[in-house]
Design a protein around this ligand. Structure first.
Ligand SMILES: Cc1cc2nc3c(=O)[nH]c(=O)nc-3n(C[C@H](O)[C@H](O)[C@H](O)COP(=O)(O)O)c2cc1C
Length: 102
């Protein structure tokens, strides 16, 4: 699949133990030419765990992708009406978020 120039929204939910695998996938997508726009769930923003400090994680994912993360509902809402993303990737996707989709 050609991802050159594609804008991918990366919705990050609270499977903290799989963040490092997600980062590997993000790095591969960027190597294919995609731009990544992080969108971080409230639970990720408010939970420090043995897998790391959330403030450091948010800073790290901003640096990795080169884009500031979307952290607030009012900043996420325009994604639908404005249609500025080509793809929405939920990674990692918790059981909580998957259940809401279902
Ligand atoms: C350290 C830690 C690891 C977690 N790992 C997972 C996981 O692998 N899968 C999962 O479905 N939930 C996991 N959870 C629970 C979710 O974070 C929790 O259900 C949370 O409400 C998800 O919210 P979100 O989907 O809005 O991010 C974990 C929680 C913690 C604190």
């Amino acid at each position: 699949m050609k991802l050159e120039g594609k804008k991918i929204g990366l919705a990050i939910t609270g499977s903290f133990c799989t963040f490092s695998k997600m980062e590997e996938a993000v790095t591969a997508l960027m190597a294919e030419g995609a731009s990544i726009y992080p969108i971080i769930s409230t639970n990720v923003q408010t939970t420090d765990s043995r897998f790391g400090d959330t403030t450091e994680f948010i800073s790290h994912i901003s640096d990795l992708t080169g884009n500031p993360p979307i952290l607030k509902l009012e900043d996420a809402e325009p994604i639908g009406p404005q249609g500025y993303l080509d793809i929405l990737l939920i990674a990692p996707c918790t059981g909580n978020t998957l259940a809401k989709l279902a």
